[in-house]
Design a binder for this molecule. Structure first.
Ligand code: UT7
Length: 330
């Protein structure tokens, strides 16, 4: 069995920058509140007509270029998003169409902020068992189109944003690659961070009443999510390290889901990591859900913060609740 290795990374974000002051013009909030409570200074939101699959296409092409591969050399796509362009089909086939690689399998993962970690684990399993060799793994979101930009929605609208990240995985022939996964879920908390409608349990799937009540917007109990996030992510990082007989001191880099700068700082303190062992870019992109880890990873790779042989941990927590980590020998 061959361990799955990262062959290339890439990301894409919309060119429309939305600052905290831009949001203050729409709702009762302030640059000071957003910076101190979340660390976010600006984020990217799509313009009308841009799609999640379109952003994923740009990110995927950059990852393929970094890997030195053509789209036609891919064997499968695993696409994580909680915000598909349509209710059905999922975004994987739209990306496939844009890449011009009809015929290969495409799998959609609906695991929100943890979607990229889960998608990696699926791709890793395919590669290890020899079913597919080169797998494109994408985390992409368009959150801005599901935000309530009035004061009613301010606890989510200032946080969530748009973007796409992609990696190409392939079989390795040495010790480098994905070493361990730790995956969890607890549906007890499903309604703590969710989008109620549209839903197939409703006839029709979305009604005027639901829209008036704002039940089609992302809804979050921020304090409850925060409380669990700061406990579960460090636990999960320690689990993947323990599975391979290592400790936080062995990490070159931790890339945590960019949910809130305060959350990442608490994870850093719990794991007793130095500043140079932790990467944050939430200041510039906000919380891009399934896209945040692959976006951060690509920035680290291109800036030389991750080099061959480095030990890297990826961790996420979010809606579900779902959480988990991956440990990589880069
Ligand atoms: O992606 C993975 C899942 N998501 C997360 O991990 C996010 C986790 N949660 C959080 O990051 C934080 O809970 C938030 C940033 C969402 C909120 O921060 P908080 O420190 O927990 O604030 P809070 O919700 O307790 O609200 C404090 C006050 C409230 O006013 P009162 O009741 O004290 O008068 C809110 O109404 O801040 C108010 N508030 C705002 N004020 C200005 C909430 N949102 C805003 C806002 N601007 N955008």
């Amino acid at each position: 069995m061959s361990r799955a290795r990262f062959l290339g990374t890439g990301f894409a974000v919309p060119d429309r920058v939305v600052t905290n002051d831009d949001l203050s013009a729409l709702m009762d909030t302030s640059d000071e509140w957003i910076r101190t409570r979340t660390g976010i200074q600006e984020r990217r939101w799509v313009r009308e007509g841009e799609t999640g699959a379109g952003l994923a296409d740009q990110a995927a092409r950059r990852a393929l270029e970094a890997a030195g591969l053509e789209p036609g050399e891919l064997d499968a796509i695993v696409y994580a998003t909680s915000t598909p362009d349509h209710f059905a089909p999922g975004n994987g086939v739209y990306l496939q169409r844009l890449l011009g690689v009809g015929g290969i399998p495409s799998i959609d993962i609906r695991n929100q902020c943890s979607g990229f970690i889960y998608a990696l684990s699926v791709a890793d399993a395919f590669i290890r068992c020899g079913q597919f060799r080169r797998v494109l793994v994408v985390g992409a979101e368009l959150q801005s189109t599901g935000m309530d930009v009035s004061t009613r929605g301010r606890n989510t609208a200032v946080i969530f944003a748009d973007g796409a990240g992609a990696v190409v995985l392939g079989p390795g022939n040495d010790e480098r690659g994905l070493l361990a996964f730790d995956l969890h879920g607890d549906g007890t908390y499903a309604e703590k961070l969710w989008v109620d409608a549209p839903g197939s349990m409703y006839h029709p799937r979305v009604s005027h009443e639901q829209i008036e009540a704002g039940r089609h917007f992302l809804d979050m109990d921020g304090k409850e999510v925060f409380r669990h996030a700061v406990a579960r992510m460090p636990e999960s990082v320690l689990a993947v390290l323990a599975a391979t007989g290592q400790t936080p001191a062995d990490l070159r880099l931790l890339v945590a889901h960019q949910a809130n700068l305060r959350i990442t700082e608490m994870i850093q303190r719990t794991l007793q990591l130095r500043d140079d062992q932790v990467y944050n870019n939430i200041m510039r992109y906000g919380n891009t859900t399934a896209a945040s880890i692959p976006i951060a990873l690509d920035e680290c790779v291109r800036a030389g913060r991750v080099r061959a042989g480095d030990l890297v941990a990826l961790t996420a927590f979010g809606s579900g609740f779902l959480w988990g980590s991956a440990l990589v020998r880069w």
